[in-house]
Design a protein around this ligand. Structure first.
Ligand SMILES: [Cu+2]
Length: 227
């Protein structure tokens, strides 16, 4: 999760998030280079006496400043498309979890099991135990096995919601009447926090997501204890 007054992204816990962070840095570097060049040209124009005022055209420089932005756009678009297709890949999931957005809580259904489903409500501030995080803890966590591709099916029962866990690099809209799909996999065990990321009504801020990612053995024990 994010630490207080954090700037930038949360630590990556999945291969996809690592790719996204690399892409973020790559794009930001291009933005820095363009901004400094533009700033340099602006100061140059403001501080020097303009010369060549009678020049009507300059074919060479115009060719360069037409083609160069196109090349830069391609350098951004290609890695972006690569990650887009990687995120779309289903990768033979080991487990499927369906989540439905409600006003204002999430419900989860482990569709590989006969009867494993529950609602996940936020723990109100007055009920928090010492050390627990305000507005982020839930009463029933989503337990998932680590290092396995998991297919999340995301939809909604009422209005638009969005199921998002920043450290795993997922943010998928929950749309009534439509089933969206995302693949998640975590490199390590731990608690991963997320929040609804679509303004969905008065308690939009109070429907967090908590994933408890554990080794496979512990997941099996948990799922057997839940059935
Ligand atoms: Cu919502």
């Amino acid at each position: 999760m994010a630490y207080p007054s954090q700037l930038g992204l949360q630590d990556a816990s999945s291969p996809i998030m690592e790719e996204l962070m690399n892409f973020h840095d790559h794009t930001l570097m291009i933005v820095f280079l363009i901004s400094s060049l533009v700033l340099y040209i602006i100061t140059l124009m403001l501080t020097t006496k303009l010369t060549h005022t009678s020049t009507m055209d300059a074919q060479e420089v115009e060719t360069i400043w037409t083609i160069l932005p196109a090349v830069i756009l391609i350098l951004i678009a290609l890695p972006s498309l690569r990650i887009l297709y990687m995120m779309d890949e289903i990768n033979n999931p080991a487990l499927t979890v369906k989540t439905m957005g409600h006003q204002w809580y999430w419900s989860y259904e482990y569709t590989d099991y006969e009867n494993l489903c529950f609602d996940s409500y936020m723990v109100p501030t007055s009920d928090l135990k010492p050390g627990e995080l305000r507005l982020l803890e839930v009463d029933n966590r989503v337990v998932l096995p680590m290092e396995l591709p998991i297919r999340m099916l995301i939809s909604s029962e009422d209005v638009l919601h969005s199921w998002a866990v920043p450290s795993l690099g997922v943010k998928t809209d929950a749309i009534p009447g439509r089933l969206n799909q995302a693949t998640i996999s975590s490199n390590r065990p731990g608690l991963f926090y997320g929040q609804c990321s679509e303004i969905c009504g008065s308690n939009h801020s109070f429907m967090p997501i908590v994933l408890e990612v554990v080794p496979l053995k512990n997941f099996e024990d948990w799922s057997l204890s839940m059935i």
